[in-house]
Write a protein that binds this ligand. Sequence first.
Ligand code: ZN
Length: 345
Amino acid sequence: MSRAVFLPKFMKGTITHSLFFYTTISLISELIDLPFSYYREFVVEEKFGFNKQTLGLWLRDHILAFSLNTVIVNVVLSGLLKIFEIYGESFIIYTTGFLVVVSFAVQSLSPFIGRLFYKFTALQDENLKHQIENLASKFNFPKTNIFVIDGSTRSSHSNAYFVGLPWYKEIVIFDTLIEKQTTEGVVAVLGHELGHWKLNHIPKLMLIQLLDFTQIFGLFGVFIYNKSLYSSFGFTDNQPAIVGLVLYWIIKEPISTATRFVTNIFSRKFEYQADEFAKSLGYQDELSKSLLKLDINSSSVTNTDWLYSAYYNGHPLLSERLSALGYISKEKISRETKSKPLKED
Ligand SMILES: [Zn+2]
């Protein structure tokens, strides 16, 4: 620590050093990733016609995302390091409590963060608005603002989501979804999203994530005070918690592989449940057609081995969802909004 003579006096504490270390490492890895991201967006996505963003917008998004991430992680990291410092070996209870607060704060900030990246405008299509409001009111989703965001400025991939915080609610639809789907198709997708809200999937996922964090930090307790771990990597004089955290993050990778599999089981289960919810509202066909169109337009992988899919995908694949929905195709689904009958009756 004494070697960092170039730093001003107030920045010479262990926590400041740790934050400086984290920020430098993440800046380096961001710079390394930048050309790959450029290739992904402006070569691969461009080749298939998905990329809609300008170079300036891509750079602005990267700078904004990196800055936001750095601020949030630095706040979380300084909180965690302070807890390790104050509570020593009994840090686990306080870490869990702290992460509950962080998790709520990030959820609460999500509408604000969305607005930093996208332009939100009130939904103009009165017919669509009326149908969405009708659907939401059936399940006591409070009357709220329905926004359209300019996803088309980035990519032609489309989406929709609900923000269902106890104190703030909104429904957000990508303009690309409205552009590519029929009104019924958009409502069917929102039926699925409403299912996530009605079945409390967000709090359940937060709880699963919290259990995961508890498991991660519970095990970290074994490593953080293990002097041989530090000395194996040359840290014989002092053992800063940040170094223990970095080493532990590498060591725990095989365990994370197993826990990722478990969290995927839950998130896939929730997707099936939300589809089932939309089906119970009578959207079996419309949702299936929307999902088909979404995947056709995104050129997504539609089928793989079930075990591969269960391990790697938090969302079930199109073929798995359609078969769970019991969808039988009666018409040809194409990229165009209007679908054509397979055969005339
Ligand atoms: Zn979903």
